[in-house]
Structure formats: C-alpha cells, structure tokens
Write a protein that binds this ligand. Structure first.
Ligand SMILES: C[S@@+](CC[C@H](N)C(=O)[O-])C[C@H]1O[C@@H](n2cnc3c(N)ncnc32)[C@H](O)[C@@H]1O
Length: 557
C-alpha cells in the first residue's frame, strides 16, 4: 500500500529521474514527505464523511473525487481521495480545491497521476486568472491562486524539503523560533510584467485552447484540438515540441514587448509576404523563433527593447516588412537576426546580423551596468534579481575592508561576483559556458572592476588540481542550475573548509540534498559534514510559476 511518504516522493519523482548518477543510492524516498500539506478549506457537508479508506488503491481511468492538499514539484496539486493516504498528482489542481479527476497513470504502485476534469468546489484562495490562456499555456500554472497563497505554498514546500530531505530539525523551520533557520519567503512586488525576456516560437500546427465536452456518463473531459495547418506564433503547448499555442499578448513581459508581439502577429501572416514558419518535422520553412528582451537605457532609465528573429537561413529581404513595422515602436533600439541552419530548435544562431540599431542593450543591477546581447544569459526578473543580489550580498557577510577572497561558482556572466567585487580583495568566477565567461570579462571592464578573474571550466569534472589556481576562499558563492552540485564539488567543498558558503539555488529539492551532504556528510562516500546551516531565505522570483529560489548560508563548524 502506498504510504504518505512514498506517495509524496512521487511528487518529486522527476527529481529522482533527473538526479545524476553520482547522487543515486541516496535514500531519495526521503524526499517523499516533501509535499506541502495544508488543511483543505472547510467544505459544507450534508452527510458524515466516509470512513477512512486506508488500503485504497486507484485503478487506471477511474474517475475520482479528490481534495488537493498542497503543491509539489512543477506546481502539480498533491491530491487524495477523502480518508485515504494514497497520493494522486494532478496538474492544475490548487490547494483546498475539491475536484473530479481521471486516473491516468499509476507510478510504481507508489502514487498516481490524474487529469483534472472539473472543479467541484474551488479553494477560498481561488482568483480569476487575468490571462485567458493561463490554464493552457503551462507557463503560469498558479495564476488562478491568490498570490498570498502561492507564496505560502512555496514556503511550505521549502520547509518540507529541508525537514524530510535535508534532515534538518523541524523546530528550526518555524519563523517564530528565535534561532529559526528558515526565514519568511520574500515575495515579488510586481507579479505581472516582470520578465525581461520572452522567447516565442513559430509553428505550423496551431494548438487551440482545449475545449470542454460533455460525455454520455455526465463526465466532463478536456479535449485537445490541433488546427490542421494553422500557422502559429506563441508558446509551445505543454509537452509538445511541434504544437504552438497562439499568443497575442503575454502578461509576464513588458508593455513595449507586448507591442512588438502584436505588430509581428499583425504582419507575419500576410500571405503576400511569403513568410513561412519552420516545420520541425519536415525541416522546411523560414521563421523559427521570436525573442524579445527588455533592458534599460543607463542614462535615461527608459526601457530599451531588442527583437531577435531566429531564422533557418539569411534572407533579410523577407524580414524587411517586419523590421519596418517594428521600428515604429519607439522603445525598440535593436533588431537582430540569428541564423540557425541546424535541424535543432535552439535559438542560438551560428551567425548573427544586426538588422536595425545596435547589437546590444543595457541593464542595471545593484548599481552596475550590464551589456546584453541576443544570446547573453541575464537574470530574467531584473527587479527581483536586484532584491536577490542584495540578500546574497548581506548573506556573504563581507567585512568590507577589501581583504577577502570570493569564489563565485557557476558564475554565469559574473553578475553576483561583480556586485561584490568592490568590497572584496579578489573574485574568482567559474562557469562552463565560454560565451558567459567572455561576457563576464566584458562586464568587469565596463564597470571598471579589475579584481575579478573569470575562468571557463566544468565544475562536474574537477580534479585534484582544482583550487590550486586561486588562494583559499573566505566566502564561496555557489549558484548551480537545477541538478545542483556534483559529488566531486561537494567533496571539494568539504575539503576546502571555507569559513562561509552562500548556496543560491533554483531547485529546493536538490538544494536540500546538497545542504544535507555539506552539513551531515555522505555516509556512502565516507565524507563527514563540516558546515552548519545558518539561514535559508526563500525568494519568489517568478510569480504564478512553480519556481522557487533559495539563499542558504552555511558556516564552518
Ligand atoms: C543558475 S545559473 C547562475 C548564473 C549566475 N550566478 C547568475 O546569477 O546570473 C547557473 C550557471 O551555471 C552554469 N553551469 C551549469 N553547469 C555547469 C558546470 N557543470 N560547470 C560550470 N558551470 C555550470 C550555467 O551555464 C549557468 O550560467
């Protein structure tokens, strides 16, 4: 029978699948209890609740009445049948909601995945999603949950992961405790229009919003509808690389970016222009992606927009009508063309051309200026990145006398290290992407920072020479992407014994695992933990999405 713990592990099964081999063998089921339990909203009942169904096990295709108790990995609702401990994960279910769902898949007998059919009783925190595409586009899954409830559930997710996966004391997770580790989640001030970059795709198969249909047994099902040869520009339908949901505007991008999207939509479908979307099956067609980035003019502070067309070949004459129309928008200062002749669907071209204006735009972060090209990495929510970096700076606890060495691991374009460099003796940044390293070097120069060295290298492949090329760090910043840190790096961190580590994470599950390794050791590898977890600050960078960022401070024991 499925236990609550095993079932909740399900909530994180994608993590299990994605865990690199070096992390397998850990008792990943411990992640199990990492769901965000919350008592459901009281629901009026006319009859006594059914007796608990402890041994209950669902059947495939069974239609069930479920109650959603919390949110788990990727924002899926953690649901149960009343009185049962068996967990069903259901996309689109919101905490406290009662819903009708069909069982789609039973996963290793431990949990099931269910498809939501319809809401029976909404949660008290339900709100009307401002975007009409919210339920279908997959980008803003939680738009119909009040923002206060969104962040409450994100906070709970971090708490449960730290306790059940990181094995930290649950009492220290209560913010009311004087020595609490887990601090209240930092919300976002602006919950719409916060993204500075959106990438839309051109497609040959227009994916329409799913429609509701009544069936003979009075069940309501969602039906997916693909409109034959309909050309489309928008976002990929969740789970499909070839179907594109047509998007006229996106409430997450800036208003000038929305104007660009509207003009492109008005223009590109005119048959007289001969513009064709790239067909990912037949590998024919011209337009692949439309990327829109919004930065700021460093002198005036006014928005600056870059538009980047990714095409399968270089034919600027075909793009001319689009360029002529887009340049009517005063905020547009750059129109680029990345030419990507490969059959792959990435947006980085082998060649890049400037069709209008300048090849880069600028943005400011913590008083520094950054130059952004079409393919540069830059934090996607600039305003909240400023908040995040301020908190990272405070967490680093620099003395400010210029005596300390900072190691900035997974440094990207160097933004974190550069914002700290003026108060440090020297910053050493490590990053695998060569272009990011060259951007970091340019950014250092642009801001007159000479005490920063950026090195290209793969932190998953470090050997005994790592650490010989820089002095022992006083403060290590580590900001890996979702898979977290490789065991080789964990081992090195346990050996180097830096006085302080600031671990910045965009995946609280791998974060909890790595914190466990650093604090409690890794038994299978005979490694002893030597750090103490001092604080964890969850930061919401992306409202309406399941993403959670955490800043964790570790000190040498
Ligand atoms: C979450 S981003 C952080 C970037 C940067 N710290 C910032 O705040 O903008 C993670 C970075 O790690 C880099 N990365 C991923 N795997 C890596 C590896 N094995 N070795 C070194 N860098 C890696 C990615 O290219 C990316 O720039």
């Amino acid at each position: 029978m499925a236990t609550a713990a095993a079932a909740a592990a399900a909530a994180f099964s994608p993590l299990r699948r994605r865990l690199p081999l070096h992390h397998r063998g850990r008792r990943l089921l411990a992640v199990a209890a990492a769901l965000s339990p919350e008592p459901p909203a009281p629901t009026p009942t006319t009859s006594p609740p059914p007796p608990p169904r402890k041994g209950y096990f669902p059947k495939r295709n069974e239609v069930l009445e479920l109650t959603c108790e919390g949110l788990a990995f990727k924002g899926k609702g953690v649901c149960r049948v009343d009185g049962s401990t068996f967990v069903l994960l259901c996309d689109g279910a919101l905490p406290g909601e009662r819903l009708l769902a069909r069982v789609r898949r039973i996963r290793r007998g431990a949990f099931a995945e269910a498809a939501k059919l319809r809401t029976l009783e909404p949660h008290r925190d339900a709100v009307d999603a401002p975007c009409p595409l919210a339920a279908d586009c997959g980008g803003c899954k939680a738009q119909s949950l009040a923002y206060a409830a969104q962040i409450r559930h994100k906070h709970l997710q971090v708490r449960e992961l730290l306790v059940n996966f990181g094995k930290f004391d649950p009492r220290k997770m209560e913010s009311s405790e004087p020595d609490a580790i887990l601090k209240p989640i930092v919300p976002c001030d602006e919950i719409f229009r916060y993204r500075n970059k959106m990438e839309f795709s051109f497609g040959t198969k227009r994916w329409m919003q799913r429609e509701w249909k009544e069936e003979k047994d009075d069940e309501v099902v969602k039906e997916e509808k693909v409109e034959g040869d309909g050309y489309s520009l928008g976002l990929h339908a969740p789970g499909f690389f070839d179907k594109v949901l047509h998007v006229e505007k996106c409430l997450l991008q800036s208003e000038p970016a929305d104007k660009v999207l509207a003009i492109v939509q008005e223009t590109w479908l005119d048959p007289a222009l001969g513009l064709t979307p790239y067909d990912v099956h037949k590998h024919v067609g011209f337009l692949k992606h439309l990327m829109i980035r919004t930065g700021r003019n460093i002198t005036t502070g006014a928005p600056e927009v870059m538009v980047n067309f990714v095409t399968s070949c270089y034919k600027p004459e075909l793009l001319e009508p689009l360029v002529n129309n887009i340049t009517k928008i005063p905020e547009v200062v750059s129109i680029m063309n990345n030419v990507n002749t490969s059959v792959g669907n990435t947006s980085v071209g082998e060649e890049e051309y400037t069709l209008y204006g300048k090849p880069t735009i600028t943005e400011m972060l913590r008083g520094l200026t950054f130059q952004i090209s079409a393919n540069s990495f830059f934090q996607t929510n600039t305003k909240q990145a400023d908040v995040l970096y301020k908190l990272i700076g405070e967490s680093a606890g620099l003395k400010g006398d210029g005596s300390e060495i900072i190691l900035d691991l997974f440094c990207g374009t160097g933004t974190i290290g550069l914002t700290l460099a003026r108060r440090a003796k020297h910053v050493y940044g490590y990053e695998v992407v060569p272009e990011a390293i060259s951007d970091a070097q340019k950014n250092a120069k642009l801001n007159g920072i000479s005490n920063a060295t950026f090195v290209q290298g793969d932190l998953n492949k470090i050997n005994e020479t790592f650490g010989k090329e820089f002095p022992k760090p006083d403060i290590i910043i580590s900001d890996p992407n979702r898979p977290g840190m490789h065991m080789k790096l964990i081992k090195w961190l346990l050996e180097v014994k830096a006085p302080r580590i600031v671990y910045v994470s965009c995946n609280p599950a791998t974060c909890a695992r790595d914190l466990d390794y650093l604090c409690h050791g890794v038994e299978e590898k005979d490694l002893k933990g030597c750090y103490e977890l001092k604080t964890v600050i969850p930061v919401d960078m992306f409202p309406h999405t399941p993403h959670i960022e955490c800043i964790c401070v570790l000190e040498l024991c």
